[in-house]
Write a protein that binds this ligand. Structure first.
Ligand SMILES: [Mg+2]
Length: 423
């Protein structure tokens, strides 16, 4: 019998920071979102101090100081690298893997003769802790939904040591009753409100609910959730992520901007990143959309977008920059403090299937030279793991650039930032 396990890194961002800087182990620690806005991760020590997830940093700054909580800006290159290492290690222990998020993966495994997967799960936990310094939780079930529930139970039950197999217990209903309806994978806020109004408060009650009533109100998605709760397998492991429909790069500014020059600079940086992402996945876009808006808290609100459909699909940074800079005049407004902007590359197709324009044909020699140039830039930047070579417009100091004042400064992707041990 095949089993599915959901493996999940505990307090992932906080654990990455503690792993790379052992002096932070055992200390309360929080990680902040972009622009040092809100708390997005807490070490278990910070959880114990009842520091809440999602609260704005400025609101709890004093409390954190008083409690001597370590506060760090998010270091996504570190978390991304640790995630890659985690997923690579996991592949050794399973038949199939579906990477579900930065710190979560569904893995499938055939059950041994004695049905007992605990020794297997313990070995994964030990190995990941030894190699990455990160604790993981392993939830095991007969399908994806039940592995999610098992993972939740493993975290809830103190004696579980981070492992729970939902198929190896006799009193399943007792455990399902512990899982609130709003915490079931796939049940959104509205759906949980409706179910609660029908008296359905936990996973056990959802499992036993009238299936026709579910199907009538929630359609096939609701029916699928109930079937998986009952143990049927409805969702396969998706080995390869479906290719993306669009690539979006957008950020909130460190400070609101009012100058067209700053907007152009921000959009250029996002365009360069978006084009790089397309080339990395061998994709090209035939529609480019840009947008900007004021803060959600601002009194005078403004938002605008503009797009251009291209004659020929491309992932050429030089060409895309020209388009974006031209379009940026259409969305700019001098009277508003702009808080966010972004670039979206749409109608993506694989690079090989390009429709060549007849009009642009005489420029072929030039576009080939440009392609070689960009290839070289990508190569150099990849080799040195940073933007050694970029476009002039991005270099000027922009006051709007993201605040990351509390960055840990340690990285596993940059050789000069590896910690030094002095004996
Ligand atoms: Mg996690």
């Amino acid at each position: 019998m095949e089993a599915i396990a959901l493996v999940d890194g505990n307090n992932f961002y906080a654990s990455c920071e503690q792993s790379i800087n052992p002096s932070l182990r055992g200390k309360p620690l929080v990680v902040l979102s972009n622009n040092d806005g809100c708390i997005i991760a807490r070490s278990s020590e910070a959880r114990a101090l009842r520091i809440k997830m999602g609260v704005p940093y400025f609101k709890v700054k004093e409390k954190l100081k008083k409690e001597k909580v370590v506060v760090l800006s998010s270091n996504y290159s570190l978390y991304g690298d640790m995630s890659r290492r985690l997923m690579n290690l996991l592949t050794k222990y399973c038949e199939q893997i579906e990477i579900y998020s930065i710190d979560e993966a569904f893995i499938s495994i055939n059950r041994p003769h004695d049905n007992n997967l605990y020794p297997w799960a313990r070995e994964i936990r030990t190995s990941i802790y030894q190699k990455l310094g990160i604790n993981i939780t392993v939830g095991i079930g007969s399908n994806k939904l039940r592995s999610k529930l098992a993972n939740r139970l493993a975290k809830k039950i103190n004696t579980s040591s981070g492992i729970f197999d939902l198929e190896k217990i006799n009193n399943e209903d007792e455990y399902l009753r512990k899982i609130k309806i709003e915490n079931i994978w796939g049940i959104g806020y509205q759906t949980s409100k409706w179910l609660q109004s029908k008296g359905i408060k936990n996973a056990k009650e959802l499992k036993e609910m009238n299936q026709y009533e579910i199907k009538k109100k929630l359609g096939i998605v609701g029916e699928r959730i109930q079937l998986e709760l009952k143990g049927y397998k409805c969702l396969p492991i998706e080995k390869v992520k479906k290719s993306k429909k669009e690539i979006r790069v957008s950020r909130s500014f460190g400070k609101p901007i009012t100058k067209l020059e700053d907007l152009k600079q921000a959009l250029s940086i996002y365009t360069i990143t978006a084009a790089e992402k397309m080339r990395l996945q061998n994709l090209q876009a035939s529609t480019v959309t840009i947008f900007t808006r004021t803060s959600h808290y601002s009194n005078s609100s403004y938002q605008k977008s503009a797009h251009k459909i291209l004659i020929e699909s491309t992932n050429n940074t030089i060409y895309l920059l020209k388009i974006v800079l031209e379009l940026s005049k259409d969305i700019y407004h001098p009277d508003y403090k702009l808080a966010k902007a972004g670039v979206i590359m749409q109608d993506l197709t694989p690079h090989n299937y390009s429709q060549k324009s007849i009009i642009n044909y005489p420029l072929k020699g030039k576009s080939e030279r440009e392609r070689d140039l960009i290839k070289t830039i990508d190569f150099i930047n990849k080799r040195f793991k940073s933007e050694k070579i970029t476009w002039g417009i991005t270099v000027k100091k922009g006051s709007w650039k993201m605040n990351r004042n509390l960055l840990s400064g340690i990285s596993t992707t940059n050789i000069s930032r590896i910690p030094t041990i002095i004996i």
